[in-house]
Design a protein around this ligand. Structure first.
Ligand SMILES: Cc1cc2nc3c(=O)[nH]c(=O)nc-3n(C[C@H](O)[C@H](O)[C@H](O)COP(=O)(O)OP(=O)(O)OC[C@H]3O[C@@H](n4cnc5c(N)ncnc54)[C@H](O)[C@@H]3O)c2cc1C
Length: 531
């Protein structure tokens, strides 16, 4: 007797997007949904404690990826964490809810049709949001939604030096934003956070937990999808290790939500990809789709670390007293997401949207926080928002992992923009409001040096800001991997819904747009089911 189980929809990956879809599609009790997650349940205490997220790195809650040697970064192989639990990367991320700029979505609209452009798409952010902050000082309506599943809160306990960073931005003449997530976010603000009462609020908290008891939703954890099963060119189900059933069958659709690395990997393993690349990995081509895995874009970050003038930073914040404050009332410095404030700016007056983000952290950034910092320091991270360099994911990395080559800074203009951004950060550090809080440079930042020496330091110290996208890009053109309704071209019954479908990386962070695009995908899937 067959052990197969049958569902209407089988969703692969319970990350930012997968949780949205599982929650939304199972709202209809007549629809049967399976959500299949490779990682364990999200029961680890460090997931709840915002400041503890680096403690999840290189644990069973992390895929623990690394890039190939990056030629323009002194041949370094960069560590790339990705979430491996319910909530996916939203369970291990820095909780920053930053939508991006109007121009980001207007570019998506150009690539994949007007419903993805800002004016039509913005409602999907609002559908997801439940703003917890104060009303606007200017009396205008909030830009946020107020009734969605995801709590968005201002920081509860910003560090005293964070106010100094904001003062420095003000003194520098940057625009103070009452709310960061406006259509033009050029300016500075405290970071809006995916937190509720001082604790992390992941996509699993918002979308999955309220749905978990529905009889029409089955959630499989510790279940890694190894194969998509096809009936001709129609995706008919998936096979997962750790699931005793045979095939998890999908009568309507298989939906890949495995993220920007694993979704293209699953397509490539199924023979959907660039024929030459597949042949090199010994995989027969099933559907020729050369862009699978290509157009990989990420935000590269260069940290300016400086020693703090006073011992007031997050270093040593995990004292017994602070742990008690956190556990008893969700208060104190352990509620910090680390990146407490942001500024978005343009390095050239001709630009109509920012090309650089500055993230302020009241702690030194050293090796992703893998070791707890021992010294008091501050960081201004400089982020290249619109990289011209693009890389790719290909099969055939070590241990069956995909080969990740973001090809950072391959384009010389990216180096120039990042260096220009560092200069803006140095101006801010020199503003008296902030200068009073730090002394000498530390942790790889050489201090103010000439462009050549600074470029050397960028190559030696830049790291990922953890935002890979673009590897199953959507588009109206035939060469795109997914069509504007996110269906995989050349197949039936197969969609990709996650960060990989973004045709262009946003000038914000990538959790919010992934959630919003999954909210829209839920509408598209429901519409298509009635046809
Ligand atoms: C350390 C870190 C910090 C970040 N900080 C921020 C931030 O502050 N703000 C922000 O906006 N963004 C941040 N990001 C990025 C953001 O979290 C991601 O862009 C977003 O979560 C991506 O959502 P996704 O649904 O595409 O993928 P994910 O959320 O990564 O979900 C993919 C899921 O699929 C599962 N999966 C993969 N392969 C399989 C398989 N074969 N079988 C079964 N399951 C599988 C994974 O385990 C995972 O749960 C950060 C990311 C990281 C890693």
């Amino acid at each position: 007797m067959s052990k197969d189980r049958t569902y209407d929809y089988v969703i692969v990956g319970a990350g930012s997007a997968g949780c949205v879809l599982a929650g939304r599609l199972s709202e209809d009790p007549s629809v049967k949904v399976a959500l299949v997650e490779s990682g364990p349940r999200d029961r680890k205490t460090e997931i709840r404690i915002p400041a503890a997220f680096p403690k999840l790195f290189k644990t069973p809650y992390d895929w623990n990826y690394a890039t190939t040697k990056q030629t323009a970064l002194d041949d370094r192989e960069l560590y790339w964490p990705r979430g491996h639990t319910l909530g996916g990367s939203s369970a291990i991320n820095a909780m920053m809810w930053v939508r991006g700029h109007r121009a980001d979505y207007d570019a998506w609209g150009e690539a994949a049709g007007s419903p993805w452009s800002y004016d039509e798409f913005v409602r999907y952010f609002q559908r997801a949001e439940r703003w917890q902050g104060a009303a606007r000082a200017d009396g205008e309506d909030t830009v946020y939604g107020t009734a969605g599943p995801l709590h968005i809160s201002p920081p509860r306990h910003p560090n005293p030096t964070t106010a100094a960073f904001l003062d420095a931005c003000r003194a520098q003449g940057l625009c103070e934003l009452d709310e960061l997530n406006q259509d033009d976010h050029s300016g500075f603000a405290l970071t809006p956070l995916n937190q509720y009462k001082g604790r992390r609020w992941s996509a699993a908290d918002g979308y999955l937990k309220p749905a978990a008891r529905r009889p029409n939703l089955d959630v499989y954890t510790d279940a890694r999808v190894t194969r998509i099963d096809f009936d001709g060119t129609r995706a008919a189900g998936v096979v997962a290790s750790g699931v005793s059933a045979g095939v998890l069958r999908a009568t309507r659709e298989v939906i890949l939500c495995a993220g920007a690395i694993n979704s293209p990997q699953l397509l490539q393993q199924a023979g959907i990809g660039d024929p030459e690349t597949l042949a090199e990995a010994g995989i027969d081509t099933f559907v020729a789709s050369p862009d699978v895995g290509r157009h990989l874009q990420d935000h590269l970050m260069y940290p300016l670390n400086v020693r703090a003038a006073k011992p007031v930073t997050l270093t040593g914040a995990d004292s017994p007293a602070n742990i008690a404050r956190f556990l008893l009332g969700g208060r104190g410095p352990l509620t910090s997401n680390v990146g407490e404030a942001v500024a978005f700016l343009a390095t050239s007056p001709e630009l109509t949207a920012p090309d650089i983000e500055l993230v302020y952290a009241p702690v030194p950034f050293v090796n992703h926080g893998l070791e707890a910092p021992t010294e008091h320091g501050l960081t201004v991270g400089v982020i290249l928002l619109q990289p011209k360099s693009e890389g790719r994911i290909t099969p055939g990395g070590p241990d069956g992992k995909p080969r990740i080559d973001p090809d950072y800074l391959a384009h010389e203009e990216d180096v120039r923009t990042l260096v220009a951004g560092v200069r803006r950060a140095e101006e801010l550090l020199a503003q008296s409001a902030l200068a009073a809080h730090h002394t000498e440079p530390m942790g790889g930042y050489p201090g103010v040096v000439d462009d050549e020496a600074l470029t050397r330091s960028v190559r030696a110290n830049a790291e990922t800001l953890y935002h890979p996208v673009g590897t199953c890009r959507m588009g109206s053109d035939e060469g795109s991997v997914t069509d504007p309704r996110l269906r995989v071209r050349g197949t039936e019954g197969l969609r990709v819904v996650d960060a990989s479908v973004m045709p262009r990386i946003t000038r914000g962070h990538t959790h919010a747009p992934t959630v919003a695009l999954a909210e829209r995908a839920a509408d598209l899937i429901r519409e298509d089911a009635t046809k």
